[in-house]
Design a protein around this ligand. Structure first.
Ligand code: PLP
Length: 817
């Protein structure tokens, strides 16, 4: 920054300057008098005051990007799970305390108004949250990048628990206006659907289409400890004609409006399901809407400073966050070939240089495919392009492997078995210069098993980049008690260099530090206990072991394994209440996809077990069970710092990486977990002795499946497990209703127990016994907790983004002088 900029920043950062800005923005931005202002208005005014300060940096960054003619990264994601922005922006600008003081001087309680900001919940879970952490790290590392996505009117549904069941209500997060976004009515692109193609002398034309406009909304993403910022550009659908004038003129007002409403549906809502595309046609429209606008936008930006496509691959990197944006590949081909008249071969070379793809799951039911007939109807030109890419690819494959029909069938972009479908992951792999998994194990399984044919053909293409999380939000912002303790001991540089935390190892036996470390955890536990008391009426004791499983509800994540342990523990306490039980609060949170029946039944079971356990006078404080509703980023920020134990118990080979595991370990929780996803790397980093690893590993899972897994035999032979399962089956927790949980029982015992819950049960309960033993020894527990925090350096998303920038995107940071 220049001296003038610094001076400008400084003047603007004093509590006094902030107070003046807030008053100003209240009047001229919100249009309210201080006397009439509601807390919501103060928040809005304060947000605008902060935004003004970000905008100065933003414009400077944009100017520098143009001047340096940098290569830009376009990060395409259907989801961005950002959460709240206010506190994050204050911490980025280094004006948290000043703002607190400024608001106090205006008679406003900052902590209270902060809670009024709605979460930007434009994502389902881990994948969307990863995209949000990446934006933060790209800005912090001054990597010139843009996030691109959809501005859903309705984000992830709000979850309420009514009579034990999940009830979904719409999340209209824009109700009170969004002070962080800038509408860009001048940035609009037409997106076409339907119609047909005709072959001309000079090429193909796509005609007789319907269309909708995509309009840009920009959000500033501040970097931490830098003046660099980035942009998140989200598209919103606008009807190309406000009204159907002919219908209007015929007096059919309703029909005139309907057409507009219909076309704008495309950006209406986020699909509340991250594995099985529902409402298929609308979902496909969404995907195409978003990537078509994005491709048009990035070509326009490139052409502002270049007259040919000669340097396109030097200036553009396009990243596909999972397969949802894969239509960007045929769309870029279409734009280059049909619109800009680049010859096919040249266009294909460019495409293969600019795209890269991250795979997020290997579970067959979650691999995206699209019906050829639906594509033919909605995107006929793109289907032709996909077929042409496939023809070229299969020819190349035959050249490489010889004529092998089975192989050709396996790798083809089109699944010809039954209803013909396009395999989006295959298209992504064929068109990308790099393909990565999100943890070492996941990348290995990808290369050696799921995509091994491709890996043999393009060995240099496959790589691993293990996920990470931003320490700004997940430690500095979420846990002020722990982050100020760390600052006091090792300084504050860890925010931008998480490896600094390794210095904490020196303090793991320091009684003073350990006492303060425990006190920080206790403060966070009390904060959570207060909120739970207030919101659910349940009282929990802060000295109990807080045992947390917080993540989407899914069979593969095995909340059921956790519940079975809770039931077994409950039975054991009742049988022997006088033993020296370690008091435990088992805390669950997570949303179930609205169409996922069994996941919803799991929530119901947790509720029923909680009801029984929490009201049993024999049990008392020895065991409590809580389900915290509406898990999202803000709820996670409240819960994670309060955890003692982190449950990461997916069946080995199913959790691609996990990032919740990283957030919890960074906050000093010990992990009980399987050797799955990034748990394996966390184990290497913090030491196996500081975790509770149990159960089958990925190859043992595969072996057991191959040799014929028989869950019913385990049920019959393990008495503790049988009792728990029989209680579930016979209605012990459901007031005698033996129907309610019969699917759960049969899934585990009779229908194959696909995620091997029963196989891992005994090992899990043994690991839980080891947890109790360690927790009885506070010194040993605290030393392990500190080892966890100290070992988390490599799990910063700054490290992750630095690897993407260097190895995949080949972009350099902006010079910010
Ligand atoms: C981190 C995070 C996730 C991912 O959690 P996993 O345990 O990795 O599945 C999901 N939702 C929210 C709100 C998160 O912050």
């Amino acid at each position: 920054m220049t001296a003038v900029d610094l001076e400008f920043d400084h003047l603007n950062s004093t509590p006094d300057a902030l107070r003046r800005s807030i008053s100003n923005r209240l009047i001229y931005g919100v249009g309210k008098d201080a006397v009439a202002a509601r807390p919501q208005d103060w928040l809005h005014a304060a947000a605008l005051a902060v935004r003004d300060r970000l905008v100065a940096r933003w414009m400077k960054t944009t100017r520098q990007q143009y001047e340096q003619d940098v290569k830009r990264v376009y990060y395409l994601s259907m989801e961005f799970l950002i959460g709240r922005t206010f506190t994050n922006a204050l911490l980025s600008l280094g004006i948290y305390d000043q703002m607190n003081e400024a608001l106090a001087s205006l008679g406003v309680d900052m902590a209270a108004v902060t809670e009024l900001e709605p979460d930007a919940a434009l994502g389902n879970g881990g994948l969307g949250r990863l995209a949000a952490c990446f934006l933060d790290s790209m800005a912090t590392l001054a990597i010139p990048g843009f996030g691109y996505g959809i501005r859903y009117h309705y984000g992830m549904f709000r979850q309420q628990i009514v009579a034990g069941e999940q009830v979904e209500t719409p999340d209209y997060w824009l109700r009170a206006g969004n002070p962080w976004e800038f509408p860009r009515p001048e940035v609009q692109y037409i997106v076409h659907f339907g119609g047909r193609t005709i072959q001309h002398e000079h090429g193909v034309e796509w005609i007789e289409t319907d269309h909708v406009n995509a309009m840009a909304f920009d959000t500033v993403i501040p970097g931490f400890g830098t003046s660099a910022t980035n942009t998140l550009r989200l598209w919103s659908a606008r009807a190309t004609e406000e009204l159907d004038l002919s219908a209007f003129n015929q007096g059919d007002y309703r029909r005139a409006v309907e057409a507009k409403e219909h076309s704008e549906n495309v950006s209406r809502l986020l699909y509340p399901d991250d594995s099985t595309p529902a409402g298929r046609e609308l979902r496909l429209r969404q995907e195409y809407f978003f990537i078509s606008a994005t491709m048009q936008d990035l070509i326009r930006r490139y052409q502002r400073t270049h007259s040919t496509f000669g340097r396109f691959a030097d200036k553009v990197a396009i990243h596909l966050n999972d397969t949802h944006p894969v239509l960007a590949i045929p769309e870029l081909m279409r734009l280059l070939v049909d619109i800009h008249h680049v010859p096919w071969g040249h266009a294909w070379k460019l495409v293969q240089q600019v795209f890269s793809y991250t795979n997020h799951t290997l579970m067959p039911e979650a691999l995206e495919t699209w019906d050829v007939d639906l594509l033919a109807k909605l995107l006929p030109r793109h289907l032709e392009i996909i077929f042409e890419i496939n023809a070229g690819f299969l020819k190349e494959a035959s050249g490489h492997f010889g004529h092998d029909i089975d192989l050709i069938r396996r790798i083809s972009l089109v699944d010809e078995y039954g209803q013909r479908r396009v395999r989006m992951a295959h298209l992504a792999i064929v068109a990308s210069q790099k393909v990565n998994g999100v943890s070492k194990l996941h990348s290995q399984l990808m290369e050696r098993e799921f995509f091994s044919d491709f890996a043999r053909m393009f060995p240099e293409r496959f790589t691993n980049v293990t996920n990470g999380i931003t320490p700004r939000r997940w430690l500095a912002q979420a846990s002020r008690p722990l982050s100020s303790l760390i600052d006091a001991r090792i300084g504050s540089r860890w925010r931008a260099d998480l490896f600094e935390l390794s210095k904490l190892r020196a303090f793991s036996e320091d009684p003073g530090f350990c006492a303060e470390f425990r006190a920080a955890k206790r403060t966070n536990k009390i904060r959570l206990a207060h909120r739970l008391l207030h919101e659910t009426g349940l009282a929990i004791h802060p000295d109990a072991l807080f045992d947390m499983q917080v993540k989407r509800i899914h069979e593969y994540k095995r909340q059921l394994l956790n519940v079975l342990h809770v039931i077994a523990r409950y039975n054991a306490i009742r049988a022997n209440p006088e033993r020296d039980w370690v008091p435990r609060v088992v805390i669950f949170a997570g949303k179930a996809a609205s169409a996922y029946k069994l996941a919803k039944t799991i929530i119901r079971l947790i509720g029923d077990v909680a009801e029984k356990v929490n009201n049993d006078p024999v049990v008392g404080d020895r065991l409590k069970v809580v389900f915290v509703p509406n898990y999202g980023v803000s709820v996670a920020e409240l819960m994670i710092p309060a955890a003692d134990l982190s449950e990461q118990i997916s069946m080995a080979g199913t959790e691609a990486s996990g990032t919740g595991n990283m957030k919890l370990a960074l906050n000093g929780a010990l992990t009980i977990g399987t050797m799955d996803g990034a748990n394996i790397e966390i184990c290497d980093a913090v030491g196996r002795e500081n975790m509770f690893i149990f159960g089958l590993n990925a190859s043992e899972v595969a072996d057991m499946r191959a040799s014929g897994y028989r869950p019913r035999q385990i049920y019959e032979e393990n008495e503790v497990l049988r009792l728990a399962l029989d209680q579930i089956r016979t209605g012990y927790f459901s007031g005698g209703d033996s129907h309610r949980f019969s699917d759960i029982f049969h899934t585990l015992v009779d229908w194959g127990d696909h995620y091997m819950v029963l196989a891992d049960f005994e090992a899990f309960t043994e690991a839980q016994t080891a947890v109790d033993a360690r927790f009885r020894n506070p010194r040993a527990w605290t030393a392990s907790a500190i080892a966890n925090v100290a070992g988390m350096g490599q799990f910063s998303s700054d490290r992750t983004i630095a690897e993407y920038a260097r190895d995949i995107w080949r972009v350099k940071p902006l010079q910010t002088d």
